[in-house]
Design a protein around this ligand. Structure first.
Ligand SMILES: C[S@@+](CC[C@H](N)C(=O)[O-])C[C@H]1O[C@@H](n2cnc3c(N)ncnc32)[C@H](O)[C@@H]1O
Length: 263
């Protein structure tokens, strides 16, 4: 896999930062230890560091060490870094945590109940849990389905014609989507009280979709079993064709954001 394989191009997009900023700015962050789980390359963590009350230690957790090292270059000693899976949080911290943020990553974890249970056991009562995701059932409104269909169709044709490949039938966790109600009841069942659950309709720019084409989990989600460098190149070229043919700058999408407190 090339060095370009990273979430950075998506994470540093102004659109992504504005989506994540909504979650950060919606509620006061308690002072103490604040986790950014699935932090990736740290662009949103930087906003958390700037926004958190004085004396708060922000700790970035991610299972991808190559992404965490990019985050470390960005933030240095202003944050802490832990390479680990979100599902193992309860084993990582000896002192309880005061806030845990998950930006655009809960959908990547197979067992959401196990994830929330693990997070809950690492938090003290009253601690904050905040997450957002666009991988919810019905995230693509009716008007957007033509764009996705045409993009994927064009990518599959290109892959077959130019490389003689077909993706496998594998379905990654992000393609088995929960509804927004299922997300909130899952968190409630594992010891959280929901403070806010909002589904925002947003206009996602094509630049953010190009950013996702550099992210291995996105490429594997659309073209499972295909080599990352091939899949990434094919998705970028087919996106460009679709964008041009449909004369698009943006596509509408639904984004769930949830704020909860540990009971
Ligand atoms: C879509 S990116 C989101 C990055 C960043 N939070 C943002 O919103 O820009 C998802 C991140 O979650 C990480 N990730 C995926 N599954 C994970 C897991 N089970 N535990 C911890 N991190 C995970 C990936 O490595 C990636 O950096």
């Amino acid at each position: 896999m090339s060095d370009a394989a990273s979430i950075r191009a998506f994470s540093q997009n102004a659109f992504t930062l504005s989506i994540n900023r909504r979650l950060i700015e919606g509620h006061a962050i308690p002072a103490g230890v604040c986790l950014d789980v699935g932090a990736g390359t740290g662009e949103t963590s930087r906003i958390l560091v700037e926004h958190a009350p004085a004396g708060t230690r922000v700790i970035l957790v991610d299972c991808a060490t190559h992404e965490l090292s990019k985050a470390r270059e960005l933030l240095g000693s202003r944050a802490g870094y832990v390479a680990a899976k979100a599902e193992t949080l309860e084993r990582l911290f000896v002192t309880p945590v005061d806030a845990a943020f998950f930006f655009n990553c809960v959908h990547l974890v197979e067992d959401k109940s196990a994830l929330f249970r693990s997070v809950r056991s690492g938090l003290r009562s009253g601690s904050l849990l905040a997450f957002n995701t666009s991988f919810i059932a019905g995230a693509e409104p009716e008007e957007a389905t033509g764009f996705y269909r045409s993009w994927v169709r064009s990518a599959l044709k290109m892959l077959k014609r130019e490389y003689g490949f077909r993706p496998t039938k594998e379905r990654v966790a992000a393609r088995r989507r929960l509804s927004s109600d299922e997300y909130t009841s899952c968190a409630t069942n594992e010891g959280f009280e929901i403070v806010e659950a909002t589904v925002d309709r947003v206009e996602m720019p094509m630049t953010a979709f190009y950013g996702l084409c550099h992210y291995p989990d996105w490429v594997a989600g659309i073209l499972p079993g295909v080599d990352f460098d091939v899949g990434s190149a094919v998705l970028q070229r087919s996106l460009s064709r679709t964008q041009e043919a449909m004369n698009l700058t943006h596509s509408p999408r639904l984004w769930l954001r949830v704020v909860a407190l540990a009971t």
